[in-house]
Design a protein around this ligand. Structure first.
Ligand code: ZN
Length: 454
């Protein structure tokens, strides 16, 4: 049968939420009942959005696909690479073919809305990347497509405003759904990828198991129901496979650690080198005096050392000791652990160390010390401190071995088995599994096809 696929990512909807019968997700549960359900999805490291979506769509670990973090540092250029908000171009950062690359090559029509790391993707016939600045949409979305959406009266001028304001994130997902419906109606893509963000945004702001998190998930389920109705109306339901997954889970936090504050106080980083400056198509370079810098990937972070020989060895030793003194880290892992984490040792953005935060902490970019009184005690808290009460209530980005980081996956539609449950699969298995149902191959994939077919 000639089937098409809609791949939907529900950002941050942890696998454990689906164990809760009180959560009203009738549409998702219908897909589960009529399809094959992987109760837990192991995520690649770091368990953060831009990395995870690239792993899902390539079937590869970051070691192979090349998107190592939401933020990384290009060692040679000493510049902060911001994949977050699609500040980079897909063709220059993703090193292996994606599912939509091989789909396009086989002559299928492809579309992606809000899918991370799709800016400039040549194999997407219709693409709106997840930008946070409105001028990026006009600069990078195909002008003909953008104009067609404007002519059809979609409120595309709100995309950025609704993306940056978590409270309005429901509007962003609603807009994505409407444009998805429009594409189904007018372009009939054989591969359509949609990314809904509200469950992640509201968990960050209000916490795991908050009423706001539940609202976000039920909101996404309503959107899913509307999409299913649309497929029914268009007579496409019977020939459409729907795959829904989440890119990572969430875990509660209450403290923020700012490694760059420690590094600046020790004189290893130039004051004013702030990794958190927003850039629009600009380059954010570290000053020449900076020898050590950290970037965040949500919960965990990366540490980079810019020195050679003995100086490098000494800096590595002293920086690790200073950071461990904050008591915010479980472990600081060197290159001997990278293979196990699925990270490369020789990529231009490879860090020197991985900073693994303790449960309850998240790594922040910020280089400014906390101001004023702190309710926390400890030598690194309070004024000039690197440990502050967290701005967020929950976080991801930790090692996949943390059970809260698990996602889930559902495969539903004519190609998939009905009523089957798999205890666990891996994020890198998603693309090879879908590829098989589309008669495509992803020879570079690390993951494997899961036997979920009917
Ligand atoms: Zn995410």
């Amino acid at each position: 049968m000639n089937s098409s696929t809609i791949l939907i990512s529900l950002d941050g909807l942890a696998g454990f939420y689906l164990d809760l019968p009180q959560l009203q997700l009738p549409n998702l549960r219908t897909l589960i009942k009529r399809g094959t359900f992987a109760r837990r999805l192991t995520i690649t490291y770091p368990t953060s959005t831009w990395i995870s979506h690239t792993s899902a769509i390539t079937g590869c670990f970051p070691a192979k696909h090349g998107v190592l973090g939401n933020w990384t540092i290009d060692r040679a250029r000493r510049s902060v690479i911001e994949h977050f908000g699609d500040q980079t171009n897909k063709e220059s950062v993703v090193a292996v073919p994606t599912l939509y690359d091989v789909a396009k090559q086989a002559g299928l029509t492809t579309a992606a809305l809000m899918w991370p790391v799709t800016r400039g993707a040549r194999s997407l016939d219709f693409c709106i990347p997840p930008f946070y600045q409105q001028q990026m949409y006009t600069a990078h979305v195909d002008p003909g497509f953008w104009q067609a959406l404007r002519d059809a009266q979609f409120t595309i001028d709100r995309y950025a405003a609704w993306s940056v304001n978590h409270g309005l994130g429901g509007g962003q997902d609603w807009l994505t759904l409407q444009i998805g419906e429009y594409l189904l109606e007018t372009k009939r893509p054989e591969l359509l990828m949609l990314h809904f963000l509200l469950p992640d945004s509201l968990q960050h702001d209000y916490g795991v198991h908050s009423p706001e998190a539940y609202y976000a998930m039920e909101h996404c389920d309503l959107l899913l129901g509307r999409l299913l109705n649309k497929l029914d109306t268009l007579g496409l339901r019977e020939q459409t496979n729907i795959v829904v997954f989440s890119d990572h889970g969430h875990a509660p936090i209450d403290r923020e650690v700012r490694p760059n504050v420690v590094l600046q106080q020790r004189g290893w980083q130039q004051r004013g080198d702030d990794m958190n400056r927003p850039s629009v198509d600009g380059e954010l370079r570290l000053s020449d005096e900076t020898k050590v810098a950290a970037v965040t990937n949500g919960g965990d972070g990366y540490l980079y050392i810019f020195a050679e020989g003995e100086e490098r060895a000494a800096l590595a030793r002293e920086a690790q000791a200073a950071l461990m003194e904050t008591e915010a880290f479980d472990a600081i892992l060197g290159p001997e652990h990278f293979a196990q984490l699925g990270l490369p040792r020789d990529h231009k953005d490879t860090p020197d160390y991985v900073l693994c935060a303790k449960p309850g902490y998240f790594v922040s970019h910020l280089a400014s010390a906390a101001s004023g009184e702190s309710p926390l005690s400890g030598m690194w808290s309070g004024e000039n401190g690197a440990i502050t009460p967290a701005k967020f209530k929950s976080m991801h980005g930790y090692r996949p071995s943390m059970p809260e980081m698990d996602g889930f996956a559902v495969f539903s539609g004519p190609s998939y088995a009905t009523g089957a449950t798999i205890e666990r699969m891996h994020l890198t298995d998603i693309a090879p599994t879908i590829a098989h149902t589309l008669n495509l191959e992803l020879p570079d994939a690390d993951g494997h096809r899961i036997p979920v077919e009917s």
